[in-house]
Design a protein around this ligand. Sequence first.
Ligand code: ADP
Length: 409
Amino acid sequence: MMTTNTPLPWTNIFLQSHHLPPQEALVRLLETIEEGYGALVLYPSAGEAKALEWLFSADMPANLRAWLQDAGQEEIWKQAYKKQCLMAAPKPACQDHPGELIYLEDDAPTRGVVVFPMTYQGYKLGLLVVCDPKGDAPLTCFSLSQLELLAGYLSLLAFIYSILPEKVHLQNELSALDTQKGEFIAITSHELRTPLGLVLGHATFLREILSDESAKEHVQVIIQSALRIKEIIKTATQADNYQSGTARVRRQEVALGELITRVCKRFAAQAQEKGIVLRTALPALDLIVPGEPEKLEIILNNLLQNALDFTNAGGQVQVALCIKHTEHTEGDYAQISVSDTGIGIPESDLPHIFERFYQVEAHMTRHHGGLGLGLSVVNDLVELHHGRVEVRSQEGKGSTFIVYLPLAK
Ligand code: ADP
């Protein structure tokens, strides 16, 4: 094969245009080869034998175009695939008659047309055809080895573009499912509220009038369970409100240290019951952020509940507050971190952890309750406060969720 050590300009251009669909990349390539023509055959989807279309460079002469089409794609493919690179000359080559396809021996000087089979990971993707404008002259303006490289890049592009539509389709289906799941939860939550109110009202009334202690205990279980359902409905509805963008923040100055102390006190009994040490590490001078106390409490609530849920007896949970100095002109941030020594989160799950309904454990084998909405609510609420949330975790070692909120000016 002919080779040249001088890098050709189109190589660079092609490498820069790797984000283009294969046909555009080909056209760009041909534009850089003086008076060069080319064609690309792409199969409709990876592995399918039936050819979809020929894509020709715009200025390819009609006779050459016709010749390529007449030659029969299957035949060209077979030959090119057998030899890995097919060199052919249309003969006789003249303006009016494109001639017939003549296959040259492997070591013959290349003339006229070079055809590369495009395969990727065993998928048959198409053909790359590069033609010399003069038809019978050797292809001296570029090296075969670089063309081979190009065929490899184009194969990769063709492969990506042939699987991409399937991926997009799958993603659309998934997001439609997510919307349906959200709508289902919104409707059922709404419908459940009235009967649940009645259950709670009547059960509370019964508890008041019953004198039998054992009957009272049974009613108490009904009330507790109904309150738990009410909590779940509240989380589901909140998630829907925050996602739909209807939620607003009624801002006031909030002292974060005070808020953390208040919320942690509420979790003290739960932590003790589970044998977990719950600690706070607060600055001497409290930090003030503009925000809505109830919404900031939900953020901390959800993070603390998870930390306690996913930490075993003997573990530790800590909520710390400090200032995070930034170089941004907008000012400094308050940094709240909730860390635990619990089960941790697998690395592959970390990028999805804030998505709605995402749960690490498979639905049917779960040990923990929850709807997979807690962290998505945290994310939405932090964003409403113009902050951001991060997670660091190591499986088996524990997790730390860090919330940054802009400090009051
Ligand atoms: P859920 O309400 O189901 O807990 P979340 O959105 O709050 O949903 O959390 C999603 C998933 O992230 C949980 O199911 C859990 O697998 C994982 N997770 C969240 N926080 C922690 C944590 N502190 N330690 C380990 N896993 C966690």
